[in-house]
Design a protein around this ligand. Structure first.
Ligand code: SF4
Ligand code: SF4
Length: 209
């Protein structure tokens, strides 16, 4: 009983000299795990065409009914993806999404992946519905904004079979900009100019662009 205060203060003093576990968020960000499930990305092929074919499999796989897709028909004059169809309308409602990753598992073209971006909070429900324009990956050097003709081959197989054989390649998803002076909030990728996207990786590495 008499020693209890001493024990208590001892614990306090012992804790004072330990490494701090708290961080000054948002000034100091947190590096996520490499396979963290963050905001989605709709990836592109190396020539800029979209990988999404508007098949809606991601929407059907979603247990939270958070995805809305409308497919459209490509034409030779107006082509957004290789093959017949593309995702004309694509929305993810982050007021519903539980970041389970089932949608990216269902995607047959590896169009849909998830980034490490986790700052998605908003006080507006409408703002939490992300549109295709917000989700589609930015254009990297050498890419051309669709619509345009297929540059990598004559058939969609030239695009999609190649993408399946190289699951680590997912061109177009870059790291978000980090403001000057701010600490990096995500771990640096091993490939220059690429953004790590989780859960659709091969067994050995995280998926990078
Ligand atoms: S991560 Fe899960 S809840 Fe979110 S959109 Fe994909 S399937 Fe739906
Ligand atoms: S993201 Fe993938 S699963 Fe969803 S509509 Fe596009 S191609 Fe289909």
């Amino acid at each position: 009983m008499v020693l209890d205060p001493i024990k208590g203060f001892g614990l306090t003093f012992g804790t004072m000299f330990r490494k701090k576990a708290t961080i000054s968020y948002p000034e100091s960000g947190v590096a996520t795990a490499p396979r963290y499930h963050g905001r989605h990305v709709l990836n592109r092929h190396p020539d800029g065409l979209e990988k999404c074919v508007g098949c809606e499999l991601c929407a059907w796989a979603c247990p939270a009914d958070a995805i809305y897709v409308e497919g459209g028909d490509n034409t030779d004059e107006k082509r957004f993806s290789p093959g017949e169809r593309y995702g004309a309308v694509y929305q993810i409602n982050y007021a519903r999404c539980i970041f389970c990753g089932l949608c990216i598992e269902a995607c047959p073209t590896r169009s849909l992946t998830m980034s490490n971006e986790y700052e998605l909070a908003s006080d507006s429900r409408a703002d939490l519905i992300y549109t295709k324009e917000q989700l589609v990956a930015p254009l990297l050097p050498g890419m051309e904004a669709p619509p345009h003709a297929m540059r990598l081959g004559d058939s969609e197989q030239d695009y999609y079979v190649g993408a399946m054989n190289t699951p680590g390649a997912s061109d177009g998803a870059q790291y978000p900009e980090v403001p000057d002076g701010a600490p990096a909030r995500v771990q640096e990728p091993e490939v220059t100019g690429a953004r790590q996207v989780s859960s659709q990786t091969d067994d050995t590495t995280r998926e990078v662009s």
